[in-house]
Design a protein around this ligand. Structure first.
Ligand code: IVH
Length: 702
């Protein structure tokens, strides 16, 4: 792969991984398996290693998790919420302990005590107690900034609003627990939580509660699994909804603390328990890897009988002074690792293969299955990806198949158990099941696509859904369901129609029609001069994700100018070449743009749309903030973002970024390892904040 191809691939990967992050974290509806996701991330990392000069400012390698949801207030974490590295075998776990030993330079016979506990399949949450009172609960978000879910969390019975004073308790449970001989400096009595103590753990839903909730929601949107149900229930605008959902909590660690009640992981967890928070019954301290692995096997054996989903066992170095020395790499601590269980499998019968038509006309085969339980979840559908996958598996309706569900995504068919039985092969349709247009496979592509374009109702609806979606035009109150209804009733057939909706058309559609119509029309009106990047992304041109849309707009300035060049690119090689000069755009994207504008339907829809909306010219958006117009210096290591990202944030807030500290400097952001610049700032009396302080400034900007 040459550099240009690598750059294009990296642009694609950035957009694609961001999209999957959004689906997974933002919308709780992942499209691909964890393994496929990991493969994208690994490919990205490998390419970046080979072409370090191509690492993008928006590279997925710089992110910990997902962007926060729009409706909940954003809150910076005082200490970043990290993720965990994975081990998939006993050998990986032994390697982990080996790395710990080497890093700490330990003598061979020095034991490394570990804690071991289940890895709960929920979503992590940080509970901040000040003076023993819960003052803030936040989801992990992207690790640096999460969402404020305090009101929702207060409805969870496992989570106390006030910490229990530990003194009374410590003589009971505390003394009992500390009878264990400890080489790791355990305390004999737990102390209180002090001024500030952030307890971190997992919000989850039990398997039974999940099944009951889905039964209750039947007909409405049901959740794919307990994790999604927990996430969907916690991240609600209205705490009353959360209150009606049976959420639970298990503590597994801590964030910012003013003091620690003990000096080992195990003892601090026991202290947290003594303050009234649940800690896993399966949390143990072990003195060797062999004991840790024995505990893993024990937990694995009881997995099916546990009331909640778990996907592995987490080991942590017990001594906190060692944890501090080990520190972290990129986004995960060196002192902990998740030992994952193998993916779960089951057998069932393939009942039918349905073909779904997506936004870009891609025909996706979906396996309809006889319902079967895999890892506590009833599965009725599996993805078959494409025609090649059907051929590879040789599956036909009626076959017995092995199904695998890894994590919480759409299950996959692994194997056909009856390939030799007499039954005709499945014939992939050569025409679109929705509109009858030819379905063709382009050269070098695995996908088969409907050629109907905007004639195809399935594509039209999918495109409309995409146009109004959160990442695109984000029209409040206009979701997928609404679009389906409007489309089928003939009210909205193209994006432009949305901007022609009238009060009269809307009012009659609902019981409280007047208020609803007024709100919807206002939300639509709000988007009449849309952000050009969202607009372009919303158009849904193949290969043009948010990142590419931004690159294109940065280059061309206005959507009109882009359309002009892309239209010319169909016939004029110079115009085509101009497209490929845009940073992040290669021949594939350029061709997709030229193709889009060469298509008469598309051109019509585009012109029609631009007759009712006026996308703004591209501008580097400056948000008002306390650093607008000020000079900022970054020094030391930043843990949750790269220097480039931090600088980009500063520039977006209208600040100047300088390389050295002087009397003109207004703010110094200092990470670990900051040296002379920090010293100079202190001498000059310049304000200094750490990374969390910076995140708070960014989060506060309007
Ligand atoms: S420790 C600094 N312990 O897994 C280490 N995490 O893949 C932070 N999780 O974001 C995590 N059970 O939400 C830890 N017993 C456990 C856990 C656990 C589930 C989640 C947690 C974390 C994710 C990392």
């Amino acid at each position: 792969m040459n550099e240009a191809q690598a750059a294009e691939r990296l642009a694609f990967l950035a957009a694609e991984i961001a999209r999957h992050n959004r689906l997974y974290h933002g919308e709780d509806s992942p499209e691909i398996s964890d393994a496929d996701y990991d493969a994208l991330v690994r490919e990205n990392a490998a390419l970046e290693a080979e072409f370090p000069q191509l690492v993008r400012a928006d590279s997925p390698s710089k992110l910990v998790g997902a962007a926060p949801a729009a409706h909940l207030a954003k809150v910076p974490h005082a200490k970043a919420m990290l993720s965990l590295d994975n081990a998939f075998s006993e050998e990986d776990v032994r390697d982990f302990v080996g790395r710990v030993r080497r890093f700490l330079n330990l003598a061979e016979d020095e034991p490394v005590a570990l804690t071991a506990e289940p890895k709960i399949d929920g979503l992590s949450c940080s509970l901040r107690y000040e003076g023993g009172r819960l003052v803030l609960a936040a989801t992990r978000g992207d690790g640096a900034v999460g969402e404020d879910v305090t009101a929702n969390v207060l409805t969870i019975a496992d989570i106390p609003a006030h910490l229990r004073s530990s003194r009374a308790k410590s003589r009971g449970a505390g003394a009992e627990i500390d009878e264990r001989p400890s080489t790791t400096l355990g305390t004999s009595e737990f102390r209180d939580a002090g001024d500030t103590f952030e307890i971190r753990g997992e919000v989850y839903m039990s398997k039974d509660d999940f099944a009951a909730l889905n039964a209750r929601l039947a007909g409405e949107r049901v959740f794919a699994n307990p994790r999604n149900a927990a996430a969907g229930s916690l991240r609600q605008k209205d705490p009353k909804v959360t209150a009606a959902r049976p959420l639970r909590f298990l503590a597994h660690g801590w964030g910012e603390t003013s003091e620690l009640p003990a000096q080992s992981q195990y003892a601090v967890m026991r202290a947290i328990e003594s303050w009234g928070l649940p800690v896993s019954e399966q949390l143990v301290r072990v003195e060797s890897v062999d004991d840790a692995l024995a505990h893993y096997r024990k937990i694995e054996a009881m997995r099916a009988d546990l009331p909640f989903d778990i996907d592995g066992v987490v080991y942590k170095v017990d001594r906190l002074d060692w944890q501090a020395r080990l520190g972290q790499v990129a986004k995960a601590p060196r002192w902990a690792i998740a030992h994952k269980f193998p993916a779960e499998r089951a057998q069932t019968t393939l009942l039918a293969i349905d073909i779904q038509v997506g936004r870009t006309g891609k025909l996706t085969p979906v396996a309809r299955l006889e319902p079967v339980t895999v890892g506590g979840v009833v599965v009725t559908n599996a993805t078959l990806h494409n025609a090649d996958e059907i051929a590879r598996l040789g599956v036909r309706p009626g076959d017995r198949v092995t199904l695998q569900r890894a994590g919480d995504v759409i299950p996959q068919i692994l194997e056909n158990l009856t390939p030799d039985e007499e039954r005709p092969d499945f014939v992939f349709p050569s025409s679109c099941p929705e509109c009858g247009s030819d379905a063709v496979r382009e050269e070098g592509e695995v996908d088969i696509r409907c050629t109907g374009g905007l004639i195809c109702p399935a594509q039209r609806v999918e495109r409309l859904r995409h146009f109004v979606s959160r990442g695109a035009m984000d029209i409040e109150g206009l979701g997928a369901k609404q679009i389906d209804d409007f489309f089928h009733d003939g009210l909205v057939r193209s994006p432009a129609d949305i901007f022609r909706l009238t009060e009269e058309q809307l009012v009659a559609r609902k019981k409280d029609g007047r208020v609803w119509a007024a709100n919807l029309l206002r939300a639509i009106e709000d988007k009449r001069t849309p952000d050009p990047v969202r607009f372009l992304f919303g158009i849904g041109i193949r290969h043009v994700g948010t990142v590419t849309a931004r690159d294109l707009m940065r280059h061309f300035g206005t959507v009109e100018r882009l359309a002009e060049v892309a239209t010319a690119a169909g016939a004029d090689p110079a115009a085509f070449e101009q497209l490929t000069h845009v940073e992040g755009v290669g021949p594939v994207v350029a061709q997709a743009l030229a193709d889009f504008f060469a298509e008469a339907h598309n051109r019509e829809a585009w012109d029609d749309l631009l007759s009712v909306v006026s996308p703004r010219p591209f501008e580097v958006q400056e948000r008002a903030s306390e650093v607008t117009g000020k000079t900022v210096v970054f020094t030391g290591t930043l843990e949750t973002m790269s220097r480039d990202e931090a600088k980009a944030q500063a520039l977006a807030l209208g600040a100047k970024v300088a390389g050295s500290v002087s009397a003109k400097t207004d703010l110094v952001v200092a990470g670990p390892g900051a040296g002379s610049k920090l010293k100079k700032a202190e001498e000059l009396g310049v304000r200094v904040v750490d990374e969390a302080g910076w995140a708070a400034i960014v989060a506060k900007a309007s």
